[in-house]
Write a protein that binds this ligand. Structure first.
Ligand SMILES: O=P(O)(O)OC[C@H]1O[C@](O)(CO)[C@@H](O)[C@@H]1O
Length: 430
C-alpha cells in the first residue's frame, strides 16, 4: 500500500497539514506505535487483531470448510463485522462459487434471495462473534426453515463461526455442526483476516495465505514514524485533518470491485473512532461514478471533509474502439482503464485546485496479496488514529441502547429503552 499525503498539505488544502505540524505529530506517532506494539505483544483486546497475519491458521480454516468445497454458492448469515470483511473479499475477487450475504432483516429481500438460491448446493456460514445478534439469529432460523421446506438437510450444509460462548456455539454443539472459532481479542470490524473473513474466501477458492502474506507485509512496515509506515501516515493524517475540521472522510475507490471495501471501511472508521463527541464520518463513494453525483459537494461545498482516493495501479483493461463519431475521436484508441486513471488524476487535481484535502492510496492490483495489504493497512491506520485521539478504539457501547429497545419491543425482556420508543415526540406531516 502506498499513501500520498501531498494534497493534504497546508500549501495545497484547507484544512491542511504543514510539514512542521506533521513532524510534530510524528513524535506522538512514535509513542502510539510503542503502545500498539505493547498491546500486540500482550495480545490485548483489539490490538491482537494486528497479529492475525501470524496468528491466523489458514490450514485449519481450509480443513474446516473442506466439506463445503463442492458448493455452488456460499451464503454468509452475519451482520456488521461478521459480514463486511468476507463481502469485501468476495466482491473484489472473482470466483466460480457465488457468495451471498444476509446482513439485514428485510423480509422482501430475504425471501427473494432464498427463492433464488440452489439451497441443496449452498453452504451456509452463520457468523456471529457474540452469538446473540438478533438479525443474524433471526435470519438463520428463516434459512433453516427454508432448507427444511426444500427438503434439504440444513445440518449438512451449515457451519458456524462464533465465539466460545453464546447461542450459536450451543447450537453448533447440540446439532454437531462444524464450528470455527472467532479468535479472542479480535473485535468484529477487525476480523476480516481471521476465520470470520477467510472462511467464505476459502470456500470460494481464494488464496487466503496470500491475503495473510500481504497483511504481513503491511505489518512489517509498521514503525515508529509515519514517514516509514503508509498505514500510520494515513491514520495520522486523517486524525490531524479531523482536528482541523475535516469531520467527514469520503472513501472513494476507483474500482467497482472495491465498492464493498468502502462499506467495510465505514464500519471500521465509524464504530472505532465515533466516540466522546468526536470522530470522522465515513462517506462511501465510488470513482468515477460519484464524480457525477457527489463531486460538486466535495469541490464546492464546505471545507469539512477529506477525500480518500483509492486505486489499483494495474488492472485488466478494455480498449475503446476507434470512432469517427463527432467529438468522440479522442476516446477511440485509448482504453477504459486509461479513461478511469485520467478521471482519478483529474478528480484528485480538481479537489486540490479547490483547496479540498485529499489523500491518494494505491495498491499494485486487486488480488489477494494487495487486498491483504490494504485491509491490514486501514486497520492499523484506524488503531493509530484511535491512539492519537485518545478514544477506546475497540469498543462500541453506543450500539447497545437500540438493541435493548428493539428486544423490548419484541417482548424479549423489560428494557426502559423500549419504553422510550413509545414516548417519541411527533410532528407528522402527511
Ligand atoms: O458478530 P456479532 O456479535 O453478531 O456482531 C455483529 C456486529 O454488531 C456489532 O456488535 C454492532 O452492533 C458490531 O460491532 C459487530 O460487528
Amino acid at each position: 500500500m502506498r499513501v500520498d499525503l501531498g494534497n493534504a498539505l497546508s500549501d495545497v488544502a484547507t484544512p491542511g497539514l504543514s510539514r512542521e505540524a506533521l513532524d510534530e505529530l510524528d513524535e506522538r506517532v512514535a509513542d502510539a506505535h510503542e503502545r500498539i506494539q505493547r498491546g500486540r505483544d500482550e495480545s490485548e483486546h483489539g490490538y491482537a487483531a494486528l497479529n492475525l497475519p501470524d496468528t491466523a491458521n489458514p490450514d485449519a480454516i481450509r480443513r474446516a470448510v473442506e466439506p463445503f468445497a463442492d458448493a455452488e454458492a456460499v451464503l454468509t448469515v452475519g451482520i456488521g463485522g461478521s459480514a463486511l470483511g468476507a463481502a469485501t473479499l468476495a466482491r473484489a475477487l472473482p470466483s466460480e462459487t457465488d457468495a451471498f450475504f444476509l446482513d439485514n432483516v428485510d423480509p422482501e429481500h430475504v425471501t427473494r434471495l432464498l427463492d433464488s438460491l440452489p439451497l441443496a448446493d449452498t453452504a451456509v456460514n452463520v457468523v456471529s462473534r457474540s452469538g446473540t445478534t438478533a438479525e443474524t439469529l433471526a435470519n438463520f432460523l428463516v434459512v433453516r426453515e427454508a432448507m427444511d421446506d426444500a427438503g434439504v438437510d440444513w445440518t449438512d450444509r451449515t457451519f458456524v463461526t462464533t465465539g466460545e460462548e453464546g447461542n450459536l456455539r450451543r447450537l453448533a454443539e447440540t446439532e454437531d455442526l462444524p464450528a470455527l472459532a472467532v479468535p479472542d481479542g479480535v473485535p468484529g470490524r477487525f476480523s476480516v483476516l481471521s476465520t470470520v473473513g477467510l472462511a467464505c474466501a476459502a470456500i470460494q477458492g481464494h488464496d487466503i495465505d496470500a491475503i495473510l502474506r500481504g497483511a504481513g507485509d503491511e505489518a512489517d512496515r509498521l514503525a515508529g514514524s509515519l514517514y516509514d509506515s503508509p498505514a500510520y501516515a494515513y491514520g495520522a493524517a486523517s486524525y490531524a485533518l479531523e482536528e482541523r475540521g475535516a469531520a467527514v472522510n469520503a472513501m472513494m475507490p476507483y474500482a467497482e470491485s472495491l465498492e464493498t471495501f468502502a462499506e467495510w471501511f465505514a464500519q471500521l472508521w465509524a464504530e472505532s473512532l465515533g466516540k466522546d463527541g468526536r470522530g470522522q464520518t465515513p462517506a462511501r463513494a465510488l470513482g468515477a461514478t460519484d464524480q457525477h453525483s457527489q463531486l460538486q459537494l466535495y469541490r464546492a461545498g464546505p471545507h469539512d471533509k477529506m477525500v480518500t482516493l483509492v486505486r489499483p495501479e494495474e488492472r485488466a483493461d478494455r480498449d475503446i474502439p476507434h470512432t469517427d463519431l463527432d467529438g468522440l475521436s479522442y476516446l477511440g484508441g485509448s482504453s477504459l482503464g486509461d479513461l478511469l486513471d485520467a478521471e482519478f488524476e483529474a478528480t484528485e487535481a480538481s479537489l486540490a485546485a479547490a483547496g479540498q484535502p485529499n489523500v491518494r492510496v494505491e495498491i499494485d492490483r486487486i488480488d489477494e496479496r494487495s487486498l491483504g495489504e490494504l485491509l491490514y493497512g486501514m486497520e492499523a491506520a484506524c488503531v493509530l488514529y484511535g491512539e492519537l485521539a485518545g478514544v477506546k478504539t475497540f469498543t462500541q457501547p453506543a450500539v447497545e441502547w437500540g438493541k435493548k429497545a428493539a428486544r423490548g419491543l419484541l417482548g424479549g425482556g423489560d428494557f426502559e429503552e423500549a419504553d422510550a420508543v413509545a414516548e417519541k415526540t411527533t410532528l407528522t406531516v402527511e
